[in-house]
Design a protein around this ligand. Sequence first.
Ligand code: NDP
Ligand code: OXD
Length: 321
Amino acid sequence: MAKGALALLIHGGTENWSPQRWKQRFDEVCPDRPVVLLPDAAFDPAAIHYAAVWKPAPGELAAFPNLRVIFNLGAGVDALMADASLPKVPLVRVSVGDLTSRMTEYVVLHVLMHHRQEPYLRASQRAKRWAPKAQWPASVISVGVMGLGTLGANAAGALKHLGFRVSGWSRSVRQIDGIECFCGKEQLDAFLRRTDILVCLLPLTPDTRHILNRGVFAKLNRDSPLQAPVLINAGRGGLQNEADILQCLDDGTLGAVSLDVFVQEPLPADSPFWTHPKVMLTPHNAADTDPDEISKYVARQIERFEAGGVLENVVDPKRGY
Ligand code: NDP
Ligand code: OXD
């Protein structure tokens, strides 16, 4: 009997979201399964059992009457959660070592940039100014990681390994060796009070939207060699109140920020973030999604599911992540 077809709906626009590249990879890892690249292919919607998607248009997935599983090709499912017509089948998100390592690289890179005063040193270089500033050890800096899931827990471990004091905040109780763990709204203030560098790796849900706001920044620790707290956000733009960030940078509530994500992407040319001297920005590429590893991850899950096994990393629609 023919295997159920896999539909690809990929609307990324950037190099790693090239639909043809994903099609080639999925053809390789699912050799005996029809792989249909939408929107061009002529196909029978009833033959589609699986969909692998990135930013599908709202309503697009509702066209498949026999859909069994949706695989989101990224870790964040906020765009899918916003689609009221999303079929009520299991939604699987990405949790793979390759993406996790890339995100940990980004977090470590940006924590170190602030800790080692890179913005000051680059400005000195441009001004031909030989003016070293005193350094301090990692052990006097507290990094607080919001979100202790696949990405946050791994980044926290790497920072701990470098000698930083590391704590984390999650929704439910977590225990991670060497990391001081806080959870829930009741423990948010205690977590913020001991944090010099705030790293955000939360998913965007109704509970976390705009969580990065003035009220939160004002509670961060101001008594560290950094002088003013630093924010690093690689979760989603919707987590941050952008007007608050700009005002807090200008009035000194925040000393600097690294932002990989924005409310509007691509960031408009007239955004003040582009040129703000206290902002280090990257174009939502903290952790690229690699078609090689992720197509294998999806193919493995389909095989296991068809053999009666359990799907991994299924999103809980009630929690929204
Ligand atoms: P996970 O689902 O593994 O982890 C999410 C973490 O956030 C969990 O620890 C969870 O708590 C915590 N959390 C969720 N809601 C709340 C809340 N209301 N209060 C406190 N903690 C909360 O996600 P990942 O680590 O895989 O990914 C995190 C996000 O990173 C993605 O959703 C995506 O938006 C973003 N991302 C960004 C990329 C980029 O390139 N910029 C690339 C990949 C992902 P608990 O442990 O209790 O469940
Ligand atoms: C993701 C992303 O969610 O790329 O994986 O942002």
